[in-house]
Ligand binder design. Structure first.
Ligand code: SAH
Length: 269
């Protein structure tokens, strides 16, 4: 095997190995799935037809990856330099450990420190991986599927695995964290929320919506609602503005527009 370029990115250290693939279209589709997810290391063990125009057609925008695929004759050659070799197999194992879930496999694979290479080994369409091939692997991973029809198309099985690898490799950037960085979206303090509840109660007493003999239940329900919604500061200001407009309604006239008279109308930020 040629040397694998070292890279700090875990995905570049993960090799997809396709063993004895029968349909060249599957090789192309697998290459495309890899390129979509940012993997690039493809090794083909004894493919029936390769290169092939069906592989090229199915690879679509992943031609370069397909052309860079290495072709070897045995699984041993394909994984010789790998530190962790994982069999991707639909079949339950009679020997060995329980198969890993794809996401547990992916977490371990991306955590493998550089310069180690991880290989994911896929079997041939008709027969899957042989026992001899399974014995070359450190672990097995399986995509849970309908027990009455659990065998996925080869390239689709590759897609599931490379997607899991990408998810595991990308740092999670929750959108809520991005929002929280902006002052408008800062979460209001507990005290600010208490002021909202006081304001709400005052207005609801004034409008008669709140029964003065039993104010507790309604206020408690409203707290449950707002605790779940977790309004940000901008939304809190909007709610306070609405309440103020109920307390002292101001009719927006053309004149008030022109003279810039303050109203409670919400200005979208
Ligand atoms: N008839 C074969 C299925 C081969 S499908 C068998 O009984 O094993 C071709 C390859 O796709 C498999 O070798 C495996 O690598 C992958 N594959 C398909 N379905 C899978 C699943 N549910 N879980 C894990 N790998 C799967």
């Amino acid at each position: 095997m040629a040397d694998i370029p070292l890279s700090p990115q875990p995905l570049s250290r993960i090799r997809i190995v396709l063993v004895s693939t029968q349909h060249p279209g599957n090789i192309g589709a697998a290459a495309r799935a890899m390129h979509n997810m940012g993997l690039s290391n493809l090794v083909l063990v004894n493919p029936r037809h390769f290169p092939d125009e069906q592989a090229t057609a199915m690879a679509s925008g992943a031609q370069a990856l397909l052309e860079s695929a290495q072709v070897v004759q045995t699984l041993d050659e394909a994984v010789a330099d790998c530190a962790w070799v994982v069999a991707v197999s639909a079949r339950p194992r009679h020997l060995g450990d329980e198969p890993l879930t794809p996401w547990n496999m992916a977490a371990r694979a991306v955590a493998m420190p550089a310069p180690n290479t991880v290989a994911l080994v896929f079997g041939c369409e008709r027969t899957g991986l042989t026992n001899e091939e399974l014995e070359r692997c450190n672990a097995t991973t399986r995509i849970d599927a309908n027990p009455e029809y659990s065998s996925l198309n080869l390239a689709q099985a590759v897609q599931v695995m490379v997607y899991e690898l990408r998810k595991a490799a990308l740092p999670e950037v929750p959108s809520v964290a991005l929002k929280l960085g902006h002052p408008w979206y800062a979460p209001p303090s507990a005290e600010e929320m208490e002021r909202l509840y006081e304001h709400l109660e005052r207005v609801l007493r004034m409008t008669g919506f709140l029964n003065p003999d039993n104010p507790r239940v309604l206020m408690r329900r409203l707290r449950v609602l707002f605790n779940r919604a977790q309004p940000d500061r901008n939304e809190l200001n909007m709610l306070r503005g609405i309440l103020s407009s109920v307390e002292s309604p101001k009719v927006r006239t053309k004149r008030s527009h022109k003279t810039g008279t303050r109203t409670h109308q919400f200005e979208e930020k």
